[in-house]
Design a protein around this ligand. Structure first.
Ligand SMILES: *Cc1c(COP(=O)(O)O)cnc(C)c1O
Length: 385
C-alpha cells in the first residue's frame, strides 16, 4: 500500500524526542523557543508562536487581528475546513472567493470583483485568508495591494508551504501579510505529530498570540494591569486557551527542520519525474507559476474526463483497489453540510466545484521510492488508456 503522504522520521528525530523525555521539561521547556527560532531562521519573520495545531494558530491569529461578531472572513473554498472554521470560532461570518483554474489558489481577480461588490453593500471582509494550495504561493502582491485599498488584514495559510518561496523569498516572511500560519501534521512538509505555528513581523500581534495560546495569562509585569502580589503572581489579562506545543513536539520539530531543504528538494525531484512520465496521459498536471518555488505538499492530477471512458469515482476506486491510497484535496468547503446549513449552495464557486469533480492527489512524500512511483504511474496508465 502506498499512501498519498507520510512522515519521514529518522534516528536523529527519535533521539531528540527521547532526550526530552529524560529531561526536566516535557512542555514549556527550552525546545519550544528553539523550534520557533529555527522556523524564523528559515522564513525570515521576526516573531514566531508555536502552538498545538495550525487550526489553533488560525484561531488565535483571527482573534489577535480583532475578528469578532459582525465581521466577515473570506477564504478559498479549495482548502481544509480549518481555514474557514477559524472565522466561525470568533463569531464572524465566512464567505469564499473562487479559485484560479490554473493554480487552484484563491483568485486575486475574483477577490477584487467580490470586494467591489461588497463595498457597495457594506460587507467588506476584516480578514482574508489565502491558502498556498499544495505549497504553491498565492498571488500575494495582488492580494496585498487589495488589502491596502479595501482595508482588510491578511493571514497566509501556509500549512502546505514551509520551505517554499514566493518571488525568490521564503514563504512566511510576512512581506505581504499580517500573519502566516504553518501546520506540522504528519502529512505536511515537516512534522511535530500535531503542531502549528503563527509567525509575524508585528511585536503587538506576537504578544497577543503569545497570550492567547496560554489562557491569556502573563508573568510579564509590563503586561499586568495592577501591581504584583508576590513572586508567585501571574495575571490573566485576556481570555486565552491552552494551545501550547509540548517540548516533545518542538524537539521533533527542531530535528525535522534540519532536513527541510532535503525534504522539499526530494519532493521536487519526484514531481519532475511525475511531470515527465505522466505527460502522455489524459490528465492535467499541476501548473507551476514561474515566480514561485512550491513546497509541493501535494501532487494533484486532474482527469480529462472527456478523453477517458471511466468516471472520476471509478479511477479513484481503481487506484485504491490497487493499493494506491490516493486522496482528494479538497471537497469545496461551501459544499460541506455544515456550511450548506448556513445557506451556501452548489454553483456558487464553479471553478472549485469543477476542480473537485476531476482532482486526485497521487502519492507525494520524500520517502516515496522510484519503484513505488513507477507502480503509481503504471496503474494510472492501465486505468486511463
Ligand atoms: C492541515 C491544514 C490545516 C490544519 O492543520 P492542523 O495542524 O491539522 O490543525 C489548515 N489548513 C490547511 C490548508 C491544511 O492543509
Amino acid at each position: 500500500m502506498i499512501p498519498y503522504g507520510r512522515q519521514d522520521i529518522n534516528q536523529q528525530d527519535i533521539n531528540a524526542v527521547v532526550d526530552v523525555l529524560k529531561s526536566d521539561f516535557l512542555t514549556q521547556g527550552p525546545q519550544v523557543p528553539l523550534f520557533e527560532q529555527a522556523v524564523m531562521n528559515v522564513c525570515g519573520a521576526h516573531y514566531a508562536v508555536a502552538v498545538n495545531s495550525a487550526t489553533s494558530a488560525l484561531h488565535i491569529a483571527c482573534l489577535a487581528l480583532g475578528l469578532g461578531k459582525g465581521d466577515w472572513l473570506w477564504t478559498t473554498p479549495n482548502t481544509f475546513v480549518a481555514s474557514a472554521n477559524c472565522g466561525l470560532y470568533c463569531g464572524a461570518q465566512v464567505d469564499f472567493v473562487d479559485i484560479d483554474p490554473r493554480t487552484y489558489n484563491l483568485c486575486a481577480k475574483e477577490l477584487e470583483k467580490k470586494l467591489i461588490a461588497a463595498e457597495k453593500v457594506g460587507t467588506l471582509p476584516k480578514i482574508v485568508i489565502p491558502v498556498h494550495f499544495s505549497g504553491q504561493p498565492c498571488d500575494m502582491q495582488a492580494i496585498h495591494t487589495l488589502a491596502k485599498k479595501y482595508g482588510f488584514k491578511v493571514i497566509e495559510d501556509a500549512s502546505h508551504a514551509i520551505g517554499g518561496k514566493y518571488q525568490g523569498e521564503p514563504i512566511g516572511n510576512c512581506h505581504y501579510s499580517d500573519i502566516t500560519v504553518f501546520s506540522f501534521h504528519p502529512v505536511k512538509i515537516i512534522t511535530t505529530a500535531e503542531g502549528g505555528m503563527a509567525v509575524t513581523n508585528s511585536p503587538e500581534l506576537a504578544q497577543k498570540l503569545d497570550l492567547l495560546r496560554s489562557h491569556g495569562i502573563t508573568r510579564d509585569t509590563h503586561l499586568m494591569t495592577k501591581p504584583m502580589d508576590g513572586p508567585w503572581y501571574y495575571q490573566q489579562v485576556d481570555l486565552g486557551f491552552n494551545y501550547r506545543m509540548t517540548d516533545l513536539q518542538a524537539a521533533l520539530g527542531v530535528s525535522q527542520m534540519q532536513r527541510l531543504n532535503a525534504f522539499v528538494t526530494k519532493r521536487h525531484e519526484l514531481a519532475q519525474r511525475y511531470d515527465t512520465l505522466l505527460k502522455d496521459l489524459p490528465v492535467t498536471l499541476p501548473w507551476q507559476h514561474p515566480d514561485s518555488y512550491s513546497g509541493l505538499h501535494l501532487y494533484v492530477i486532474r482527469l480529462q474526463l472527456d478523453k477517458i471512458d471511466k468516471t472520476h469515482l471509478e479511477v479513484f476506486e481503481g487506484l485504491r483497489e490497487a493499493g494506491i491510497l490516493v486522496n482528494l484535496h479538497y471537497i469545496p468547503v461551501h459544499m460541506q453540510p455544515y456550511y450548506q446549513e448556513m445557506g451556501f449552495e452548489e454553483g456558487l464557486f464553479p471553478q472549485a466545484e469543477q476542480y473537485y469533480k476531476e482532482a486526485i492527489s497521487i502519492p507525494m512524500f520524500p520517502t516515496l521510492t522510484e519503484k513505488q512511483q513507477d507502480e503509481v504511474i503504471a496503474i494510472l496508465g492501465e486505468l486511463l488508456l
